[in-house]
Every structure is written in structure tokens, then in C-alpha cells.
Write a protein that binds this ligand. Structure first.
Ligand SMILES: [Zn+2]
Length: 65
């Protein structure tokens, strides 16, 4: 599947750019510094969860660990 490979590469590249942007701002890439993660598909049960990447701090330093 050529298209799928391309799509995966594109996603990985986009993720890298995002991580760099968030690092410059000192924010966790997973939650954009909010400290919580939104799961639209689980919205009915709960609106948000503590971000597992940064443990809710929203800081890039904590996400890196
Ligand atoms: Zn986070």
C-alpha cells in the first residue's frame, strides 16, 4: 500500500513539526499545554482526562520524560 506509507510519513512529519512548535512554546504536544486530553468519541462519558504525556502539567519538560 503505497498511499498508506505516504500518509504515515506525512503524519510523522507533521507530528515532528508540531513537537518542535510546542517545544519552543514549552508546551506538551499531546494536550497543547492544557494538561488534559480531549476524547470526542468518549464525550458522552467524560469531557476530559488528565493528559498521560505530561501528567496534567501541560509542560514540554514533563512530556519529554
Ligand atoms: Zn500534556
Amino acid at each position: 500500500m503505497h498511499l498508506l506509507t505516504k500518509l504515515t510519513e506525512w503524519n510523522a512529519a507533521r507530528q515532528k513539526v508540531r513537537e518542535m512548535e510546542m517545544e519552543q512554546q514549552g508546551k506538551c504536544p499531546d494536550c497543547s499545554g492544557r494538561g488534559i486530553e480531549m476524547f470526542p468519541e468518549k464525550y458522552l462519558y467524560s469531557s476530559h482526562y488528565i493528559c498521560p504525556g505530561c501528567n496534567g502539567s501541560g509542560l514540554f519538560e514533563d512530556w519529554k520524560k
